[in-house]
Ligand binder design. Structure first.
Ligand code: COA
Length: 161
């Protein structure tokens, strides 16, 4: 299986890394697609999100971090991937994933999506939650790698300037 795990990763969390590690064990090669032109309001720019993701997965030899624009199915086609990988945390994730999977298969019948259930210790984590906890000075230990906390600290200092 050649996997594509797409996301905004603003910033990457241990929840994402849980999915990446487990998916990499199932795949010959796993591409992590960092979305460039997301409509979401972002804290980290594309380059920063890419650097943080590359650092997070550097020990996983069959994982390659790439940037993508536009539709995930176009990226999937271009890479010659055989499965899109997504994590599921709750019922609300399912509804969105159902729509996205169906949309992808409408455009490419063979664009199958493989879902991994997020490990229980990470089900409540989202990138927005991380940013909110950080903004109010809360502890992020065990939720994101230390270098992500450092990057968040740096962003706060930049904002103060
Ligand atoms: N553990 C922890 N957090 C997780 C998680 C997990 N396993 N899985 C998802 N999350 C978090 C994300 O950090 C994100 O948090 P946020 O909303 O606070 O930023 C949230 O859950 C939603 O994640 P996700 O659904 O993966 O959204 P995303 O913004 O990271 O990525 C894209 C969405 C980029 C994959 C999707 O919009 C895309 O591919 N767009 C391109 C256009 C396209 O092809 N659309 C589909 C048409 S059919």
């Amino acid at each position: 299986m050649i996997g594509l795990y797409p996301g905004t990763f603003d910033p990457v969390t241990y929840g994402h890394l849980d999915i990446i590690k487990r998916a990499s064990a199932l795949c010959e090669k796993l591409y992590v697609g960092v979305m460039d032109n997301t409509s979401k309001r972002r804290l980290f720019n594309t380059e920063e999100r890419l650097v943080l993701m590359k650092k997070s997965v550097e020990s996983l030899k069959n994982v390659e971090v790439i940037l993508f624009n536009g539709l995930q199915v176009d990226c999937f086609n271009k890479l010659g991937a055989t499965a899109i990988v997504r994590g599921l945390r709750s019922e609300s994730d399912f509804n969105l994933e159902f729509i996205m999977t169906s949309g992808n298969r409408h455009m490419n019948k063979s664009a199958e999506t493989i879902f991994l259930m997020t490990s229980p210790e990470y089900v409540y984590i989202s990138s927005s939650l991380i940013k909110e906890i950080h903004a109010f000075g809360g502890c992020l230990d065990g939720m994101v790698p230390d270098f992500v906390i450092e990057a968040l600290n740096k962003k706060s200092l930049e904002k103060e300037d």
